[in-house]
Design a protein around this ligand. Sequence first.
Ligand code: ADP
Ligand code: MG
Length: 238
Amino acid sequence: MASIDIEGIRKSFGAFPVLHGVDLAIRDGEFVVLVGPSGCGKSTLLRMIAGLEEVTAGDIRIDGKRVNDLAPKDRDIAMVFQSYALYPHMSVADNMSYSLRLRRSTKEKIASAVSGAAAKLGLDPLLERRPRALSGGQRQRVAMGRAIVRQPKAFLFDEPLSNLDARLREQMRAEIKKLHGDLRATSIYVTHDQIEAMTLADRIVAMHGGVVQQVGTPLDLYDRPANLFVAGFIGSPG
Ligand code: ADP
Ligand code: MG
């Protein structure tokens, strides 16, 4: 697993500035939750870490190594989206093994990675199904399974549960918590859901207006919010 260092990151789309200089040091094995209003640049920040979006200025380091110019496939980071992004024509097992097949892993390695991830996520009975024959929660489990089999250095989650109903969200939240307990994988998790943030985070990063407003444990932000924006999000009196 890996540390992720974000130093002075700026991002503009054309003349339109989105991030004004974001600094953030994420420790190896840490679960960091990123919160902030819609449009503040959370997805853009994740996409830059994954290499799906160019940075306008600043550096991104993974384990101390600058990765600004590395292609996504060479960064060894897995991203889990709200929309699942599964291949509809492939079985669950083939969806999960796709990235390993691309990397020409051996059959034995692929089989053991898929069965390990399936066991962790309760996907064993579903391995031969197509995505359309799965519920929303099951699809999101497959998306997570696909991320896990690669044993990436870090996971980036972009509002992974926001398409699910409240009961499923609660269940998946518990599963993600348990998974992180098992894997201790460095993770950055974007959510609008306060309870998700409070229960999953080692530290919460509150973003607003293109900068980081506050970084701290859930209790820090609750007890000592830096400003009204943070207080409003955490629901504390400020
Ligand atoms: P969040 O995930 O916090 O809701 P985003 O990172 O998706 O916010 O977007 C931040 C801002 O950047 C928004 O104003 C959005 O419209 C803009 N933006 C995102 N992607 C692009 C793009 N490819 N081209 C132009 N503007 C974009
Ligand atoms: Mg977003």
